[in-house]
Design a protein around this ligand. Sequence first.
Ligand code: GDP
Ligand code: IMO
Ligand code: MG
Length: 423
Amino acid sequence: MGKVDVLLGLQWGDEGKGKIVDVVTPGYDIVARFQGGPNAGHTLEFNGKKYVLHTIPSGIFRDGIINVIGNGVVIDPVIFQKEIKAIENEGIKAAERLKISSKSHLILPTHRLLDAASEAAKGSAKIGSTLKGIGPTYMDKTGRNGIRIGDIFEQGFKEKINFLVDKHKQMLDFHKFDYSELPALLETWFEAIEQLKTLPVINSEYQLNNWLSEGKNILAEGAQGSLLDIDFGTYPFVTSSSTMCAGACTGLGIAPSKIDEVIGIFKAYSTRVGSGPFPTELLDQTGENIRQVGREFGSTTGRPRRCGWLDLPALNYAIMINGVTKMMMMKADVLSGLDTLNVCTSYNVDGKSQPEIPYDMNVATIKPEYQNLKGWKQDLTQITSETDFPEELSSYIRFIEENTKVPVALVSLGPDRKQTVIR
Ligand code: GDP
Ligand code: IMO
Ligand code: MG
C-alpha cells in the first residue's frame, strides 16, 4: 500500500510551498493539488529560471511524475490554458503529465466579476481578494449551483452555463456592477473549454486510490495557508476553501487513514497579503527591509506583502489543527544582518498573557510578547550543509523546535532548488 504525505502552508500563504514540492517530488509518484485555484501562486526556480504556477501542481517539471488537479480545486480554464502553454514553451508536454478531476468546479467570468463587485461593496472592509473568482465559485459549489469539469462533455452544457450566467447578471445588477465586457470574456472562456476537452479528465478519487493500492506514493500539495482556512483562519479575512490537512481528504477523496506525514511549511518570519489581522506585523524600516530583501511581492497579484516577526501562537495553532509531523523553514537567508530577531511566544490579550489565539483576532486587542534572539551576520545563500550554519541560526531553529515540539527537517536558504539543506 502506498502512502499520502500532505504538504501545506502554516501561515498566511506564500511560505514557499511551490519550491519545496518541486524539491521533494522525486520521492513520490504523484503530486495532487487538493484545494484553492488560481489565487495561488507557487514559485519554482532552477537552472537560472523562475516559474510561477497557479493551478498546475508543482511536480510538473519532474520527469515521470503524474500531476493531479483534485476535485477540491476550482479551475479558470483561461488561466489554466495560459499556464499549460507557458510550460509547453519550455519543451515539457504538460498535458501528458496532467490529470484533472471531473468533479473540480469551473470558475466562470461572472464569478470573477462577482468577486470584484463584492469587494467594491465592502469598501474599506474588503478582504483583499486576488479577484480570481474564488469566493463566488465555492459559493456556487456549496450552494449546489456549481458547474464541474465533467459537465463540459455533457449535452446541454452551454444552456447550463447560460442559466447560471443569467443569475449572476441579476446579482451584478443588484451591485450596479458594469459587465459590458462579459460577451468577449465568455467567448474566450468557451474557447478555453474546447482546449480543456483535449486533456485527461478522470474520476480522480478512484485513480488515486488505485494508485495507492499499487504501492504508489502521493504528495498532496496545499495552496494558501492554515490562517487563511475557511474555518480556522482569521475569518472573514480568509479564502473560501479548507486549506488544512483535512482538506486533502475532501479535496482528493483520500481517507484520513491513508495519510502519513503532514509537512508544514513556514517562513522564518511572517508575511500576509491582503487585509486582516497580523499581530506581529512590522510597519517600520525593518518590515520594509524584509520586504525588499525577501522580494515579498505577491506571485499572483504583484501586491506588496505585509511583513513581520515569526508568530509562535499562530504557528502552534496551525500545527495543532493539521497534526503536523515535520516542518520546513524557509527564507532564513532574508534575515541575515539583523542584530536581533524577535519571536512572538505569547499574545497579551486585554492585559492577559496567553499562548492561544483569541476567537476573533479582528476585534481583540493583541499585544505580541516577544523573546529576543541573536541574529546572524553571514550570507546564508551558499550554505549546503547544516555544519556550516552560524550558531545563531542553529539556536533560532532549536528555539522553534523547543516551542513547537515539531522537528524542522529542512531549511531553505534561497529560492533555487539547490539552496536547500536537509537536516
Ligand atoms: P508559495 O505560494 O507557498 O509557493 O510561495 P510563493 O512562491 O508565493 O512565495 C515564496 C517566494 O519566496 C518565491 O518568490 C520563492 O521563489 C521565494 N523563496 C522560496 N524559498 C526561499 C528561500 O529560502 N529564500 C529566499 N530568499 N526566497 C525563497
Ligand atoms: P498561495 O497558494 C497568499 C489571500 C488573498 C486575500 C485572501 C482571500 O500562493 O500561498 P481569495 O483570492 O482567495 O478570495 O483571497 O486570501 N490569498 C493568498 N495569500 N498566498 C496565497 O496562495 C493566497 N491565496 C489567497 O490575498 O487576503
Ligand atoms: Mg504564493
